[in-house]
Design a binder for this molecule. Structure first.
Ligand code: NAD
Length: 315
């Protein structure tokens, strides 16, 4: 069995690739390394890593002409909301056109594929009054990123409805864990807090720190991924990937403080425009197919820090 993981050198992609490899599935990766890193995927042979842009439509087509994939997991994207605001046209090419091309290549060259999974985002909900956010809730995308995720998600569903391609979209909430890149101000906030603790630098809360998110430890995402990959009754569906619990940023900061046993300076600045105050996922649909998140925020952060320590020891 062969899987193609786009964005496989990134944070989530590398964990998904590892899960597939551990289950004896040959993994091919396509990644332009814009935010990903080859160090994340030492377990993938170089010959199966295609350092290419997902918008290189001809190259993608040539891959499908050459290989028959059992699974395609599509994660490559312009992941920064801010960057999509700055570059709406270019981000459209990466986040929509490339997704559509991928689906089309699957339809043309790989119609017997067993599963196509698309990484959507909780960003599609935007500012909603009701909580938790359910896949049946209205959507209200507030950025090009959110519009693009929604469009690709709906194209993904449409290829199931029109062409019977077994597709699924997953709306990721706030995923965190090892290998998440803390460099951008808009990357996962947990990786940023962690980096600030490591470097003993000041952390800035935008707002009063009482905003909430549904933080999901990467192993729980992998659990959900594996469940949908191996379920043939969920094609054409959309799932939330969350824990069903909300945690404030102030609470997250406290957990880091407890684990590091020291604190760092912090400040509160004005809330960022467009920031959503409260968010968490309704995961009942996922629970119905066997999902049961294993990590509370305390356990997830502890695991995350344990992993970081063990890799530091190796260096
Ligand atoms: N991390 C989260 O909390 C979260 C939440 C919602 C949705 N998502 C989605 O999950 C997916 C993976 O996110 P992540 O957190 O692992 O981010 P990441 O930045 O670590 O991974 C994205 C990967 O895609 C690659 N990539 C980017 N543009 C590319 C292009 N044009 N061509 C080829 N490769 C390209 C990057 O180099 C990187 O390896 C993304 O689609 C993201 O939008 C993530």
């Amino acid at each position: 069995m062969k899987a193609l993981v786009t964005g496989g050198a990134g944070f989530i992609g590398s964990h998904i690739a590892k899960k597939l490899v551990d289950n004896n599935i040959e993994v091919h990766i396509i990644d332009n390394l814009s935010t990903g890193n080859l160090e994340n995927i030492p377990f993938i042979p170089k010959s199966n890593i295609h350092i290419k842009d997902i918008t290189d439509l001809e190259y993608i087509e040539s891959l499908f002409q050459k290989f028959e994939y059992t699974y395609v997991i599509h994660l490559a994207a312009m992941v920064s909301v801010v960057e999509t605001i700055e570059k709406p046209v270019q981000s459209n090419e990466v986040n929509i056109d490339a997704s559509l091309n991928l689906l089309n290549c699957i339809k043309e060259y790989n119609p017997n594929i067993q599963k196509v999974i698309f990484a959507s985002s909780a960003a599609v909900y935007g500012k909603l009054d009701g909580l938790p956010k359910s896949v049946d809730s209205p959507i209200n995308p507030l950025s090009p990123y959110a519009i693009q995720k929604y469009a690709s998600e709906q194209y993904t569903k449409m290829y199931n409805d029109l062409y019977n391609i077994p597709t699924i979209s997953l709306r990721f909430f706030n995923i965190y864990g090892p290998r998440q890149n803390p460099k951008s101000d808009y990357s996962g906030v947990l990786s940023i807090i962690n980096q600030k603790f490591i470097e003993n630098q000041k952390f800035t809360f935008f707002g009063d720190g009482e905003q909430t998110r549904d933080f999901v430890y990467i192993n729980d995402l992998v659990q959900a991924f594996w469940l949908v990959l191996n379920n043939d009754n969920v094609h054409g569906e959309v799932f939330n990937i969350g824990t069903g619990k909300q945690t404030t940023l102030n609470e997250v900061f406290d957990v880091f403080q407890e684990n590091y046993n020291y604190t760092i300076p912090y400040e509160y600045k004005e809330e960022r425009q467009g920031d959503i105050k409260y968010s968490y996922a309704d995961v009942t649909k996922l629970q119905k197919i066997g999902y049961s998140p294993q990590y509370t925020i305390k356990e997830g952060i502890r695991e995350y820090l344990k992993y970081n320590e063990s890799t530091l020891d190796e260096k």
